[in-house]
Design a protein around this ligand. Structure first.
Ligand code: SF4
Length: 376
């Protein structure tokens, strides 16, 4: 298959659904954790769960970078804009996540802070070039997919001698999150993982092999198109049936075992491991995030500006932490669809375009439309 439409073909989807029904043993329940929010959205957008037999369940994982960033880090970004007067640049989804006192960056912007939504690191560099008398901070978030562009931006700023540009670094690492899910004090039952696709184009499939062997869980690297997700579910079910603890790669059109070595080298040039990092839902995880190396300290906003770290609790009743650990589904949150909607989000999982709550809500599968209530 070559074109995107082919990965959305109904006839092939039905064919794979039949194969899944045949492969799933009727006497057991299969819980497959899709790591990425991109997979969760594909499942809800294309109705993939409806094509599964009743004993195949998708469990949603922590692979949404906006969702896993704790409110304290958003509060720190807000301090940079409000107390240090920097121009804070970030991606759209980050703007609406509630942080301290349930204020978001969008509300801070409405209150006068100079916070700008950008589409790429190059936009942030351009803003720095256009405003030589102001400090510009890029609020960097994301897994290994978005880390190489941040490394490029820092290197470009260094090469050009840009003195008014720095990065508030919140890049996190996928294998560490996988380890945290598997090592949780009350681990959820998971039979197999659908591994991330975009992240794996960078890190390759090799880093997952250790987890598959140590924890006895098969992992299938899965693309984001609906047929990718379905084919990966079929592969995962077959591995579970065989008792195999292997890593298989469904997304072979983009992912290799070793990944993108050039991007990895770029990241290693600019970043090093942080001792530990706080994740929403997963808590403090050792060696789970990156910080900027000392040779690039002048581009590290955490070195340049003093910010206070405040412990900020999530909105009362918000189940984002449990959802990110795979312990709850969005519909089990009391606030879902009542107090919390995409127009009025109470937690990160309802804001982000990769969030599980947004996936449940956006495609109408768990929404009662006024006037269209089911018959009593
Ligand atoms: S529905 Fe809203 S409040 Fe509930 S878990 Fe999701 S984001 Fe949090």
């Amino acid at each position: 298959m070559k074109y995107v439409n082919e990965f959305r073909d109904q006839k092939t989807a039905r064919h794979i659904a039949t194969a899944i029904k045949q492969a799933a043993h009727s006497g057991r329940h299969y819980r497959l954790m899709e790591f990425c929010g991109g997979h969760t959205h594909a499942i809800f957008r294309y109705g993939i769960q409806d094509l599964m037999p009743a004993n195949v369940e998708f469990v949603h994982g922590p692979g949404c970078p906006v969702c896993v960033l704790p409110a304290a880090r958003i509060d720190e970004a807000m301090q940079l804009a409000e107390q240090h007067g920097v121009i804070l640049c970030t991606y759209g989804d980050m703007m609406r996540v509630p942080a301290g006192s349930r204020r978001s960056l969008m509300q801070a912007k409405a209150g006068g802070a100079d916070i700008r939504m950008i589409y790429s690191t190059q936009d942030a560099l351009q803003i720095a070039r256009d405003n030589p008398n102001q400090q510009v901070v890029f609020f960097a978030i994301g897994f290994e997919t978005t880390t190489p562009p941040t490394a490029v931006a820092i290197k470009q700023a260094a090469a050009k001698g840009l003195k008014n540009f720095s990065v508030f670094c919140n890049h996190v690492l996928t294998p560490a999150a996988l380890g945290a899910i598997l090592n949780a004090p009350e681990p959820v039952t998971i039979d197999a993982f659908l591994g991330p696709s975009h992240v794996s184009t960078i890190i390759g499939s090799r880093p997952y092999e250790r987890f598959a062997k140590e924890y006895g869980k098969p992992i299938v690297i899965a693309g984001f198109e609906p047929l990718d997700v379905m084919q990966s579910a079929l592969m995962a079910i077959r591995l579970v049936n065989e008792g195999s603890h292997e890593v298989e790669n469904e997304y072979s059109r983009a992912v290799t075992r070793d990944g993108n070595c050039k991007a990895q080298a770029l990241m290693a040039d600019v970043f090093e491991l942080r001792d530990s990092f706080e994740w929403r839902g997963l808590g403090l995880i050792v060696d789970s995030a990156l910080q900027i190396k000392s040779e690039f300290a002048s581009f590290d906003a955490e070195q340049r500006f003093a910010v206070e770290t405040h412990a900020i609790s999530d909105v009362k009743g918000c189940a984002c932490p449990e959802i990110l650990r795979g312990q709850k589904k969005p519909v089990e949150c009391k606030l879902f669809g009542t107090v919390c909607t995409p127009e009025n989000p109470m937690g990160s999982c309802m804001v982000s375009s990769e969030g599980a709550c947004a996936a449940y809500w956006s495609y109408g599968r768990h929404r009662v439309v006024p006037g269209c209530e089911p018959a009593a």
